[in-house]
Design a protein around this ligand. Structure first.
Ligand SMILES: Nc1ncnc2c1ncn2[C@@H]1O[C@H](COP(=O)(O)OP(=O)(O)OP(=O)(O)O)[C@@H](O)[C@H]1O
Length: 295
C-alpha cells in the first residue's frame, strides 16, 4: 500500500480511571492507514482494539498523542466515519430500508428523499438484500441483519469505515459469505477501512495490511503486508502462502500474549511516524516495550 495515509495515529497513549485504579490501555501507539486501504487490527483480548476504534471515530480523545484523518486532528465524532459492530442494533420499528436510510436523516447529505432511497436500495442490492427492503429487522437472519448494518454504515459515503468485529457473532459459513460480500462492496465503494477482528483468516482475507497489537498497554508490535495476490478467494486461504502468513500472525499473537519470547528475526516494526506529537508520556517503569517489538 503506497497511497498517502488517510488515518494517522501518532504516539497515542491512553489510561482509563477504573474503580481499581488507573488502567493504561495504549502506550505510544503509532500507525497509518493509507487512503483506500484496508487495515485489520488483531491482538490479545482486552489489549485496547476497541479503544483504538473509539479514538479514530472521535467518540473519545486520547490523553497523549493524536489521531488525524485527512490531515485534520480528530476532536469529536464526525460524519465522515461509518461504523459497524458485532451487534447490528437495527431499529425494530423501522423497515430495513428505513434503517439503512437513517444516517441520511441525521447528516446533511444534500440528497432528495428519492435519491436517499435509491442510495439505500443500491447498497441493499449490492449486499444481496434486494427484496427485503420492507422487512423488519426481526424477520432477517443474523447474517442478513449484519449486511443491512453494513449498508447503514456506508449509506452516507463515509471516507472511513470502522468494522469492530462485525462478523464475530456469525456462524462460520455466514461469516465467509460476508467476507466475500465485503470484497464486492469494497470494489464498488471507495472507503478506507479499519477492521478489528480475532479471526486471523479473516484478517488476511479482507485486509491488505494486518497490524498486531502487543499486550496491554498496546503498541503496534508487528505489521504484515498482505500481497495484492494474497488470499482473495476462500480457496486462497488454504495455499502455502496463506499458511505462512497465518503462522507468522499466530506467532506474533503468542508474543503479544506473553506465551512466546519476542523474536527479533520475525518482528517487523510499524513504519516510524514523521514527527512526534506533543507531550508523549513517560512510560511507567516496566511498561516499556522490548526493542524487538516496539513500533
Ligand atoms: N470506558 C472505560 N473505562 C474503564 N475501562 C475501560 C473502558 N473501556 C475499556 N476499558 C478497559 O480497557 C481495556 C481494553 O478494552 P478494549 O475494549 O479496548 O479491548 P479490546 O482489545 O477491544 O478487547 P476484546 O478483544 O476483548 O474485545 C479492557 O480491560 C477494558 O475493560
Amino acid at each position: 500500500m503506497s497511497a498517502e495515509a488517510l488515518i494517522e495515529i501518532r504516539h497515542v497513549s491512553h489510561t482509563f480511571d477504573t474503580a481499581s485504579g488507573p488502567l493504561q490501555v495504549l502506550n505510544d501507539l503509532s500507525l497509518d492507514v493509507p487512503e483506500g486501504g484496508f487495515v485489520a487490527v488483531v491482538g490479545p483480548s482486552g489489549c485496547g482494539k476497541s479503544t483504538l476504534t473509539r479514538l479514530i471515530s472521535g467518540l473519545m480523545r486520547p490523553q497523549f498523542g493524536e489521531v488525524r484523518i485527512a490531515g485534520e486532528r480528530v476532536k469529536g465524532p464526525r460524519s465522515s466515519v461509518g461504523m459497524a459492530f458485532q451487534n447490528p442494533v437495527l431499529l425494530e420499528w423501522r423497515s430495513i430500508l428505513r434503517n439503512v436510510m437513517l444516517p441520511l436523516e441525521i447528516v446533511r447529505s444534500g440528497l432528495s428523499r428519492k435519491e436517499q432511497e435509491d442510495r439505500a436500495r443500491f447498497l441493499l442490492s449490492l449486499v444481496g438484500l434486494e427484496g427485503f427492503e420492507d422487512k423488519r429487522p426481526s424477520e432477517l437472519s443474523g447474517g442478513m441483519r449484519q449486511r443491512a448494518s453494513l449498508c447503514r454504515a456506508l449509506v452516507h459515503k463515509p471516507d472511513v469505515l470502522i468494522l469492530d468485529e462485525p462478523f464475530g457473532a456469525l456462524d462460520a459459513f455466514t461469516r465467509e459469505d460476508l467476507w466475500q460480500t465485503m470484497h464486492k462492496v469494497k470494489a464498488e465503494e471507495p472507503f478506507t477501512a479499519v477492521l478489528i477482528t480475532h479471526d486471523l483468516r479473516e484478517s488476511i482475507f479482507l485486509a491488505d495490511r494486518v497490524v498486531v497489537l502487543s499486550g496491554r498497554p498496546a503498541h503496534a508490535q508487528y505489521v504484515l503486508d498482505v500481497p495484492r495476490e494474497g488470499p482473495r478467494t476462500l480457496d486462497d486461504l488454504y495455499t502455502p502462502r496463506a499458511a505462512e502468513m497465518l503462522a507468522i500472525l499466530r506467532h506474533q499473537i503468542e508474543i503479544a500474549q506473553g506465551r512466546a519470547p519476542a523474536d527479533e528475526a520475525s518482528a517487523r516494526p510499524a513504519p516510524p511516524p514523521p514527527a512526534p506529537a506533543p507531550s508523549p508520556p513517560a512510560p511507567a517503569p516496566g511498561e516499556r516495550a522490548t526493542p524487538e517489538t516496539q513500533a
